[in-house]
Design a protein around this ligand. Structure first.
Ligand code: F3S
Length: 387
């Protein structure tokens, strides 16, 4: 692997033991995957932020490190809202341990936003190289923005944040970003909502697995693209997809699709995912809400009071910039939490069934929270929460 003089200095320990060890980790990873060099990154998103995931030994490892991130970096969602954990009914002992993990990352120069939507917090552009961890964020960055990131593990994303580089392999290389199958959607998508696109992602992920799909027959907007990718990364292992005429690389390139497997998806396959099972609570914001989604939730809640628990999740930076909208949502009795989500927080475990407008949450709530999940449009979710 080709290293520049600065890398050699770091590897020789001239910039401290932490930077030395973390660069060794990146070089070892690069060698495993055949990377020829390291590539500078614009930002990192670090998983392994929940105490539930990393535990005592992970925390000890973080505390043993002594260096600072050299690029903007945020954390993945954790098990609780950092400032409103009591309101979520979180156990004080768990909260103290979680705060210790967050403090350890803060000492390493990681921004304390804990979110799967870092693209709302710092500018991410076409062609940027990144080291992001969370599967929906990775899929959005690669597909919707046209940036380049592999799906990093927590230690490799942290190492990349501190070194400012990542091994250049996988989706960092243009030759690995070509479509590998076609999904032809036959449906009246003009009427589709974000939830329909989430359901499409839920269905398509099972067909696609870990290949790179190329969609035809859909024209989703940014939030719908977010929903497709998140769901495909959950039911499959999709880290990049293209949509004809919509996503940036599909607009820029003319792909040769001859000889590639093409699978049709019919409206009925999407419709059957929507049910009307009774629910105990409603949860929105998987992935974390965009400003436009918060605005739409607030609009639908005007004049309404919730009769069922309604949780909304978004990045702290997005909440802060949309404080009036968030206040309006909370006037209905709904709660808008940062730093955590319906899947990683234990808060949803108390409900037997949860309504969501996300294909990813439809896949994960039953597995991770133990209850049933029902997908519906945002309008239906608000109606059910307030009827
Ligand atoms: Fe984000 Fe949690 Fe969904 S991390 S994508 S809100 S499962």
């Amino acid at each position: 692997m080709q290293l520049d003089p600065e890398d050699e200095r770091i590897l020789a320990g001239e910039e401290g033991e932490t930077r030395q060890k973390l660069l060794e980790l990146l070089v070892a990873l690069g060698k495993v995957f055949g990377a020829e060099r390291l590539v500078p990154i614009k930002s990192a998103q670090v998983s392994g932020a929940s105490y539930k995931t990393i535990g005592k030994y992970g925390l000890e490892w973080l505390n043993s490190l002594d260096a600072k991130a050299v690029v903007p970096a945020v954390l993945n969602p954790i098990g609780m809202a950092r400032t409103r954990w009591e309101e979520m009914g979180i156990d004080p002992d768990f909260a103290a341990k979680q705060q210790a993990v967050v403090a350890a990352y803060e000492r390493l120069g990681i921004r304390l936003d804990c979110t799967c939507t870092p693209y709302y917090l710092y500018e991410t552009r076409y062609g940027d190289h990144l080291a992001w961890s969370e599967s929906s964020a990775v899929c959005y960055a690669n597909s919707v923005i046209g940036a380049r990131t592999n799906r990093e593990g927590g230690p490799s994303a942290l190492a990349a944040a501190i070194i400012g580089k990542t091994p250049c392999y996988g989706l960092h290389l243009g030759k690995n970003r070509l479509p590998q199958m076609v999904i032809d959607v036959h449906a009246d998508t003009a009427k589709w909502t974000i939830a329909d696109y989430g359901a499409l992602g839920y269905h398509a992920g099972k067909i696609v697995g870990n290949r790179i799909p190329y969609f035809r027959g859909i024209t989703p907007g940014a939030d719908s693209l977010k929903a497709i990718g998140a769901a495909m990364a959950a039911t499959g292992a999709v880290a990049l997809y293209h949509v004809e005429g919509v996503t940036p690389e599909a607009q820029k390139n003319r792909y040769d699709l001859s000889g590639i497997e093409a699978v049709p998806v019919e409206q009925a396959e999407i419709t059957r995912l929507f049910s009307d099972i009774p629910v105990d609570a409603v949860a929105l914001g998987c992935p974390h809400c965009s400003p436009a989604e918060l605005q739409e939730i607030a609009r639908l809640l005007v004049g309404n009071i919730v009769t069922k628990p309604l949780y909304v999740f978004a990045a702290q930076g997005v909440i802060d910039k949309n404080a009036r909208i968030v206040d309006n949502i909370e006037k209905s009795g709904a709660r808008v939490f940062a730093d955590t989500c319906m899947v990683v927080s234990p808060v949803m475990e108390q409900y037997g069934s949860v309504m969501v407008n996300s294909g990813k949450a439809l896949a994960y709530v039953p597995n991770m929270c133990g209850g049933k999940a029902r997908i519906g449009t945002l309008e239906d979710c608000i109606r059910v929460a307030t009827e």
